[in-house]
Design a protein around this ligand. Structure first.
Ligand SMILES: *Cc1c(COP(=O)(O)O)cnc(C)c1O
Length: 395
């Protein structure tokens, strides 16, 4: 049996998205900047996609900028707010310790350029506290950026509350909503969000296309110079087919959000309930504030990487830490940020399921993981020491 349980890393392209994009790869291949009607067909498709995306998050179409993905949107949002702030003498940026590297590395670069960065720690439940954001805001704060939902542990942050706070203080607020878009309701007006990032491939559109929503009045800095595409804020001939697919996929996900959630939750809950029976295991991140499909657990005495390889042998695609960090042996910065000791964080497993998964697949995971954990513990010197009492159990 093949089970794809890594939907937080990427998703398959939906039939709807594929069918929507195909004509723009075949017969309607015009350049949207061309003046003849053939090119204008592509321009109309872009406009229609912009309206669709705006409609899904209660934005104005003019506030939607298409990018090459979530990383570019994060980079542009943060750099823009920093540059704008610096012009007014504000050089302080607030974020969290468990952001995606697209955010953390952009902040680190700005720090080298003379900005001051405050990274807030999430609490042990994986949630950032409003009062911590409030306490960090200073007169020279140029930006608050807090992710909507964490990509490794799935916890959802109090975005509307942080938005209201930032609006009342006159501080621009950006959220990396890559894990939330298409999976949870988003209303940029009601939530007082000034800038927001999305990525198509996390909701069944192709890879390499994303969205930066920027509220009217937000001054954006270009990352890419050239032609006047995207209102002059992002040069380069648009990825028309990808953008059309993104809009179609987002619309489909938003229209079916309730039924998708109703399909995913029983699978996720069964996974948690069954895997939590494994001794010395721990669920990471509070389930009270959670995206539907992400399950993150730690198993003491084993290495996440070995677990993944054995799961792969059993046809299961899962992850340990995020896709971007796997390959390095450092434990996940997200798990460390919620206070897990290094030894425990090493034994982590992320299963992220979607509406295409089935209960049979969940049962296959539930059957396989305990066997694999037991097998690895049987070979683990750390587990041996734990058994002999030469080492204390941490979970
Ligand atoms: C996947 C992801 C990104 C990066 O998006 P890309 O389109 O792959 O560049 C950024 N932030 C979060 C939270 C993500 O999960």
């Amino acid at each position: 049996m093949f089970v794809y349980a890594d939907n937080a890393a990427t998703t398959s392209v939906s039939k709807t998205a594929l069918e929507a994009m195909l004509p723009y790869l075949t017969q309607n291949y015009g350049n949207p900047s061309s003046l003849y009607s053939f090119g204008q067909k592509a321009a109309e498709a872009l406009q229609s996609a912009r309206e669709t995306v705006a409609g899904c998050i209660n934005a104005d179409p003019r506030e939607i900028l298409f990018t090459s993905g979530g990383s570019e949107a994060d980079n542009q949002a943060i750099v823009s707010a920093a540059k704008l702030g610096a012009r007014k003498g504000r050089k302080h940026l607030i974020s969290t310790r468990f952001e995606h590297h697209a955010v953390l590395h952009t902040l680190a670069k700005l720090e080298k350029e003379g900005f001051e960065v405050t990274l807030l720690d999430p609490h042990a439940d994986g949630v950032i506290r409003l009062e911590d954001v409030e306490a960090a805001i200073r007169p020279d704060t140029a930006l608050v950026t807090v992710m909507f939902a964490n990509n490794e542990i799935g916890t959802v942050q109090p975005i509307a509350e942080i938005g209201a706070l930032c609006r009342s203080r006159g501080v621009p607020f950006h959220t990396d909503a890559v894990q939330a878009a298409g999976h949870m309701p988003i209303d940029v007006k009601a939530m007082n969000i000034d800038m927001l990032s999305m990525s198509g491939h996390k909701f069944h559109a192709p890879k390499g296309v994303g969205v930066l929503y920027a509220r009217r009045g937000m001054v954006l800095t270009n990352l890419i110079e050239g032609g006047a595409q995207e209102r002059g804020k992002r040069a380069g001939t648009e990825n028309v087919a990808g953008i059309v697919a993104l809009a179609a996929a987002l619309k489909e996900s938003c229209e079916h959000m309730e039924e998708n959630t109703a399909r995913i939750l029983p699978m996720r809950d069964k996974l948690f309930a069954e895997l939590a029976k494994i001794p010395h295991s721990k669920i990471n991140g509070s389930l009270a504030h959670h995206v539907p499909g992400t399950v993150n657990m730690c198993f003491e005495g084993i290495e996440g990487e070995s677990l993944l390889l054995l799961l792969d042998d059993n046809g299961i695609c899962a992850s340990s830490g995020s896709a971007c960090t796997s390959g390095s042996l450092d434990p996940s910065h997200v798990l460390l940020s919620i206070g897990l000791p290094h030894e425990v964080a090493h034994g982590s497993l992320r299963l992220s399921i979607g509406e295409y998964n089935t209960m049979e697949e969940i049962d296959h995971i539930i059957e396989t993981v305990p066997k694999v954990v037991a097998y690895l513990r049987g070979m683990s010197p750390v587990w041996d020491e734990l058994q002999k009492g030469q080492r204390q159990h941490l979970i």
